[in-house]
Design a protein around this ligand. Structure first.
Ligand code: GDP
Length: 199
């Protein structure tokens, strides 16, 4: 089963504060990453059709953990800790970087990474860092330019083209699309990518 019904049956599995707490590294998983407030939780909730499944990065307690959602025995979605909070102390930022870096480098069942960017603030330094890391890990990366409902059709298409052009000059399997959790723009396209990665 790799249709959207797979995502609709998502259930919360666990929150891991460190890599030792991750579920067994078999089967396949896709991870979501993005700057705080970019719209990561809303995207996961839209993709699964389950309101409140992923919590906003403002929710205390779930901000620095890897949050796992089970789709079936072999497949999972992972909500990685949000980044880019100006107020977070440097030590916390460094800990986050180490955790995510090690996860991306070592997790065998990781089949693809979804990078969430607010379409009004694309390709920030922290996003570029992720894109560079992932290029080295040989894991495909797909960008959702979220909140595209906030721009006109023309303005959104223009950002999409700019990001597409930028990605062409970088190594790795990189792709991008428009997305809106609010009006469900791009949902079918996002499911199609996930289906490729979670066969
Ligand atoms: P996270 O911190 O990345 O998990 O971001 P959230 O999913 O909590 O979203 C941050 C804010 O952006 C919230 O106020 C959401 O309601 C809003 N938001 C998220 N996605 C969309 C979208 O597609 N369109 C619009 N208009 N607002 C969105």
């Amino acid at each position: 089963m790799t249709s959207k019904t797979l995502y609709h049956q998502a259930t919360f599995l666990l929150s891991a504060p460190a890599l030792e707490h991750l579920p067994p590294d078999n089967g396949a998983e896709v991870a979501f990453i993005g700057r705080s407030n970019a719209g990561k939780s809303s995207s996961i909730n839209a993709i699964t059709g389950i309101k409140g499944l992923a919590r906003s990065s403002k929710t205390p307690g779930r901000t620095q953990t890897l949050n796992y959602f089970r789709l079936d025995d072999q497949r999972r979605l992972v909500d990685l800790p949000g980044y880019g909070y100006a107020k977070v102390p440097l030590t916390v930022k460094q800990r986050w970087q180490q955790l995510v870096h090690r996860y991306l480098e070592t997790r065998k069942s990781l089949k693809g990474l979804i990078l969430i960017m607010d379409i009004r603030h694309p390709m920030k330094d922290s996003d570029l860092q992720i894109i560079n890391w992932i290029g080295r890990c040989e894991i495909p990366l797909h960008i959702l330019l979220t909140k595209c409902d906030k721009l006109s059709h023309g303005a959104a298409s223009s950002v999409l083209r700019q990001v597409e052009q930028d990605l062409q000059s970088r190594p790795g399997a990189l792709s991008v699309q428009l997305f809106s959790s609010l009006d469900r723009t791009g949902l079918e396209q996002a499911w199609a990518i996930l289906n490729q990665w979670l066969p």
